[in-house]
Design a protein. Structure first.
Ligand code: GAP
Length: 486
C-alpha cells in the first residue's frame, strides 16, 4: 500500500471533529477561544492514555503511590512555590492593531527578567514584527502572571478590584486597604500544575503510606494557565491535564544521576508503548542558565509537530527547593526521618511531567496515515496501539434488516463487550463501516454473515493489513486475547 501525503494539523482537527474525538468548546455560542471538548472517542482515548500511564508508573511498581488533590489550594502554596511572584511570561502589545503576544516568541525582541525578578530588561530590533498585522510598533513589554484567579465565598473579585481602583483615585486610603484585605481573603487560584499538592501533602503521604526513600508520588489532573498565546489545537490551552510524578530520594544515599536516567528510560519506554513515534521525539538537554536555579538537570522531550519541534513532556531534577520552601512558609516539618542513618533529611526530587492533551496530540500525529488503494481511493487510518484504541473490536451484522444476523451479531457483541471496548455497528454497507472504524483506529472488525449461521464462524478484518480471515465464534476470545495484547 502506498503512503500518501504527510499529516497536517488541519487533517487531524478535521478527523477529530468528524469522528467526535475533539470539537470546539461552546460552539453554539461562537466558541471560546482555544477551548476544546473531548467527544465520545476522545474521552475514551484520553482515559486509556491516563489508565495506561497509571498502570505503567504506579500499579506495576512498588515504589510509587498515588494522589488526587484539590484543584483549589490554600493560596500560600503559590506564594511559597514562587508561582505568584515568578510564574509569568513577558507580554507585548502592538500599538497598531492592539494584538497581544508573548514578547519572547517574536524574533527580533530580546527580553529577560531582571535580577531578583524586578522588572524586565529588553531590546526591540527593527526586524521585530507583530504576528497579526506585520507592523513594527510595540508597547513596552510587561510581566504577565499566568495564574488563573477566582474567588471563594460570596464575593465578586471584579467588583472588589473596581472599588479598590475607585478608592485609590479618590484618595480614600483606609477604604482601599479594607477592600484589599477582602480581596486577599477571597482570592484563590486554579492550580497551574498538579505537582505542588504532592509537596504540600508530603507529611501526610509519608505517615500514611510508610514508604521508604526512594519512592514516587503520582497525580493526574487538570491544571490551568492564563496563556498569552494558546493555540495549535490542543497543544497549548488554558485548561489542560497533567500526569506528574515527584520521585523523592535521599541525596546522601541515592545517586540522582542514576535515578534520573532510569526515569528518562521509563518515560521513553512509555512513549513507545502508547504509540508516540520514537523518530519524532528528541530529548533536549536544557543548558545551564536556562534551567531553574535549583535544577541540576532538565530535559525537554520535544516532538516534531507539523508546526515545528516543540515541547511534549519534561523531566527535571528540582533538588529540595519545593519542600524547603513549604517548610519555611508553613513552619511545618517537611523532612523525612531515615531510620537507617538516624538522620532527618529534606528529600530531593526528580519530576517527570507529562501533558495528557499534548500526549494525545502526539499519538494522533504518530498514528494518522493515508493509504492509496488505487483508482484515487484513499483510506484514512489511525494505527493506534490496541491497548489505547477507544474501540478495540467492532461487531457488524452483514445486513441490518436480517433479524437472524442482527441477533447473532448482538450475541457476540454482548459477550465481547464484557472484556474489551467493543462497538456494535449496523449502519451503511460493510465497506463504509470498515472505513469508519479505520478512522477511529479500531484494530479488529467482526462481520456476521449468512455462512456464520451455518458454520459458526465470522469474518475478522485486521485494520492494518485489511486482511480478512474466518475465525470460529468459539475461538474469538482467544483470538482477540492473542492479538489485542500484542
Ligand atoms: N510541574 C512542572 C510543570 O508543570 P511544565 O513544563 O510547565 O512543567 C509540564 O508543564 C507539561 O505540561 C508540559 O511538558 C506539557 O506537556 C504540559 N503543558 C504545559 N502547559 C500546557 C498548556 N498550556 N497546554 C497544554 N499542555 C501544557
Amino acid at each position: 500500500m502506498e503512503q500518501k501525503n504527510q499529516v497536517t494539523m488541519e487533517k487531524i482537527e478535521s478527523l477529530c471533529k468528524r469522528r467526535g474525538f475533539v470539537f470546539p468548546g461552546s460552539e453554539i455560542y461562537g466558541g471560546l477561544s482555544n477551548s476544546w471538548d473531548y467527544g465520545s472517542y476522545g474521552v475514551q482515548l484520553k482515559k486509556n492514555i491516563k489508565d495506561h500511564w497509571w498502570k505503567f508508573f504506579v500499579e506495576r511498581r512498588d515504589d510509587m503511590v498515588g494522589l488526587d488533590a484539590a484543584i483549589i489550594m490554600n493560596p500560600k502554596t503559590w506564594e511559597s512555590s514562587g508561582h505568584l511572584a515568578n510564574f509569568s511570561d513577558p507580554l507585548i502589545e502592538c500599538k497598531e492593531c492592539n494584538h497581544r503576544s508573548r514578547a519572547d516568541q517574536i524574533p527580533g525582541i530580546d527580553v529577560k527578567m531582571k535580577e531578583g525578578g524586578l522588572g524586565l530588561s529588553y531590546s526591540i530590533s527593527l526586524e521585530a514584527k507583530c504576528p497579526n498585522c506585520g507592523k513594527s510598533n510595540f508597547s513596552e513589554p510587561s510581566i504577565f502572571n499566568l495564574m488563573m484567579e477566582t474567588g471563594i465565598g460570596p464575593v465578586h473579585l471584579g467588583g472588589l478590584y473596581f472599588n479598590a481602583g475607585m478608592f485609590e483615585n479618590s484618595g480614600e486610603k483606609d477604604k482601599k486597604r479594607e477592600v484589599i484585605l477582602k480581596i486577599n481573603k477571597a482570592a484563590v487560584y486554579l492550580r497551574p500544575e498538579t505537582a505542588q499538592a504532592i509537596f504540600v501533602d508530603f507529611p501526610n503521604i509519608i505517615s500514611s503510606t510508610r514508604k521508604k526513600l526512594p519512592f514516587g508520588v503520582a497525580q493526574i489532573g487538570k491544571s490551568f494557565r492564563n496563556e498569552i498565546t494558546p493555540g495549535n489545537f490542543i497543544f497549548r490551552t488554558r485548561e489542560f491535564e497533567q500526569m506528574e510524578i515527584e520521585y523523592f530520594f535521599n541525596p546522601k544515599k541515592d545517586d540522582w544521576n542514576k535515578l534520573f536516567d532510569e526515569l528518562k528510560l521509563s518515560m521513553e519506554e512509555w512513549m513507545v508503548s502508547v504509540g508516540i513515534s520514537k523518530e519524532k521525539v528528541h530529548a533536549v538537554e536544557i543548558p545551564d542558565g536556562e534551567r531553574a536555579h535549583y535544577s541540576k538537570r532538565t530535559i525537554d522531550f520535544e516532538f516534531e509537530y507539523p508546526f515545528g519541534q516543540k515541547e511534549l513532556f519534561g523531566l527535571a531534577y528540582r533538588g529540595n527547593y519545593d519542600l524547603s520552601q513549604h517548610q519555611e512558609f508553613s513552619g511545618k516539618d517537611m523532612s523525612y526521618f531515615d531510620s537507617e542513618t538516624n538522620e532527618k533529611v529534606i528529600p530531593h526530587v526528580i519530576e517527570p511531567s507529562l501533558g495528557v492533551d499534548r500526549g494525545l496530540l502526539a499519538i494522533l500525529l504518530s498514528s494518522y496515515q493515508e493509504e492509496e488503494l488505487g483508482e484515487g481511493d484513499v483510506r484514512i487510518v489511525l494505527k493506534l496501539k490496541p491497548t489505547i484504541a477507544p474501540v478495540q473490536v467492532a461487531v457488524f451484522p452483514l445486513l441490518k434488516n436480517k433479524p437472524e444476523l442482527v441477533a447473532k451479531a448482538r450475541e457476540i457483541y454482548d459477550a465481547l463487550k464484557m472484556e474489551w471496548r467493543a462497538e456494535f455497528d449496523d449502519n451503511g454497507n460493510v465497506g463504509k463501516r470498515y472505513r469508519r472504524q479505520d478512522e477511529i483506529g479500531t484494530p479488529y472488525c467482526i462481520t456476521v454473515d449468512f455462512d456464520s449461521l451455518e458454520d459458526g464462524a465470522v469474518t475478522v478484518r485486521d485494520r492494518d493489513t485489511m486482511a480478512q480471515e474466518r475465525v470460529k465464534i468459539a475461538d474469538l476470545k482467544a483470538y482477540l486475547l492473542d492479538n489485542l495484547n500484542k
